[in-house]
Design a protein around this ligand. Structure first.
Ligand code: 13P
Ligand code: SF4
Length: 301
């Protein structure tokens, strides 16, 4: 039996589904039942009746799936796949700022540890952050851990006072405005599509700003034929599959999240076979981190 058939038969035997983020390698996206952005994956995880979820992505994704489904088995193909930004805020600082500012909502990007979520009022993803922040009654918004996404949302909601946290995605924050200018010189007709985890000076040069799904939707429905892509290179798989007659140019050739690239079909097969790398979250942590995740799912309806 080849690896794809073996995975398929184990999925059927275990009533399992495979969820994958757009940044994992092409061959993993190819074997997944659901591929999408962080918001889509959390919705699938919240609504599935499968018994086993294989989360092809980084640890906060597996953790969120487990928090939403405590009775299900959640497997991570590689437990070392972690998002550095997920750790870039501290509970001590959150509590300190809460005490300093009254009427504050702690808004936590889903790219965060369960512990950070548990000290927050609501979670957001890049696809729903703007809508959710706009719907909050609070005057002050403490946005953790991503300063760049926070600054982007703040630019669209000037009526609220934002307090930022010094965290970022090292992969997206490495993109400079000059990278975009150089790519534009090579491809003057191309539209620039960018993820809001990038720095404000880069966002200013874009034609469209959105989540990975947003970027894919925008390129697929646009009459334009050429695009400069300013996010992790894994999105090219879906972009090219859906748009064989369009051209996609990466803004630079090292836009790559090494943690996402740790996932392989062999590791998916291994965890399905041996039920290894099971995600566990204590009851106490689960109770406190479920509330902001549920609130996100409610407010983004
Ligand atoms: P989205 O797919 O939700 O846009 O998230 C990007 C990301 O960096 C996930 O780690
Ligand atoms: Fe984290 Fe950035 Fe990798 Fe996404 S791309 S998992 S935010 S390091």
């Amino acid at each position: 039996m080849n690896i794809k058939d073996e995975i398929k038969s184990l999925k059927e035997k275990n009533n399992a589904i495979i969820l994958a983020h757009y940044y994992v390698p092409d061959e993993v996206q190819e074997i997944a039942d659901y591929v999408g952005d962080s918001f889509y994956l959390s919705k699938v995880a919240a609504g599935t009746d499968a018994d086993v979820l294989v989360l092809c992505g980084v640890s906060f994704m597996g953790e969120s799936a487990k928090i939403l489904n405590p009775e299900k088995t959640v497997l991570m193909p590689d437990i070392n796949a972690d998002c550095p930004m997920a750790h870039m805020a501290s509970v001590k600082n959150i509590e300190k700022l809460r005490a300093e500012y009254d009427d504050t909502a702690v808004v936590c990007y889903i790219n965060s540890t369960a512990e950070l979520k548990s000290h927050s009022d609501v979670c957001v993803t890049s696809a729903n952050a703007l809508k959710i922040v706009q719907s909050l009654p609070n005057k002050n918004i403490l946005f953790i851990p991503d300063m760049n996404l926070g600054r982007y949302v703040a630019s669209k909601v000037p009526e609220k006072n934002f307090i930022f946290n010094d965290g970022c995605c090292p992969v997206h924050a490495a993109l400079t405005a000059q990278d975009i200018i150089s790519a534009k010189e090579k491809h003057p007709e191309a539209l620039v599509l960018i993820h809001p985890e990038c720095v404000p000076e880069a966002l200013e040069l874009a034609d469209y700003i959105g989540s990975t799904s947003g970027i894919i939707e925008y390129a697929s429905s646009s009459p334009c034929k050429e695009f400069i892509i300013c996010t992790e290179n894994g999105v090219l798989w879906e972009l090219k599959n859906r748009n064989p007659n369009k051209s996609f140019y990466m803004v630079h050739d090292h836009f790559r999240c090494e943690d996402m690239k740790l996932i392989t079909p062999e590791k998916v097969l291994d965890v399905l076979k041996n039920k290894t790398n099971q995600v566990s979250v204590s009851d106490e942590l689960r109770d406190s981190s479920l509330k902001p995740l549920h609130r996100m799912l409610e407010l983004s309806k």
